[in-house]
Ligand binder design. Structure first.
Ligand SMILES: [Fe+2]
Ligand SMILES: [Fe+2]
Length: 160
């Protein structure tokens, strides 16, 4: 077995968080779809697919290192948002939370001198920069446009 019990347990938790994010982004996509912002909805569906892929990367890692996979129960996501800004802020806060969790995983890998895990987790560390900065930019677009001009979001995403 090439994975410690402690890291195995934390990665099982992380698989839950990735799948939770995947579900949450579908809820956010539905919010934008209901406001006829199809481009934004499509972007969140793509994000949802990416989160599922992240979860599967962790699943593969547990399988390949001979660990024990235990996918946890996935809590229901937030289904109602008052504004587009609230929905995007929610996604950004989530990405910050995930970044903190990935860093905790990396801290453990470093503490355990687990070089394989460090290599594996390095991809996620870099990925979170993209995820946070993308969501942060989208939030700034929403704030600049204002709730009455959300079509600006569509224009921004079309030219991204
Ligand atoms: Fe993720
Ligand atoms: Fe993400």
């Amino acid at each position: 077995m090439m994975i410690s019990k402690e890291l195995n347990a934390l990665i099982n938790d992380q698989i839950g968080h990735e799948f939770e994010a995947s579900h949450q982004y579908l809820q956010i996509a539905a919010y934008f779809e209901s406001h006829a912002l199809k481009g934004v909805a499509k972007m969140f569906i793509k994000q949802s697919d990416e989160e599922r892929e992240h979860g599967k990367k962790f699943v593969n890692y547990i399988m390949e290192t001979g660990g024990e996979l235990k996918v946890p129960a996935i809590p229901a996501g937030k289904t109602a948002f008052a504004t587009a800004e609230e929905a995007v802020q929610y996604a950004l806060d989530w990405e910050w939370e995930v970044t903190r969790r990935i860093n905790t995983l990396m801290d453990l890998a470093i503490k355990q001198n687990d070089h394989l895990a460090r290599e594996f987790l390095g991809w996620f560390v870099t990925e979170q920069l993209e995820e946070v900065s993308h969501m942060d930019t989208l939030l700034r677009v929403v704030k600049q446009a204002g709730e009455k001009n959300l079509l600006m979001m569509e224009a921004y995403l079309a030219h991204e």
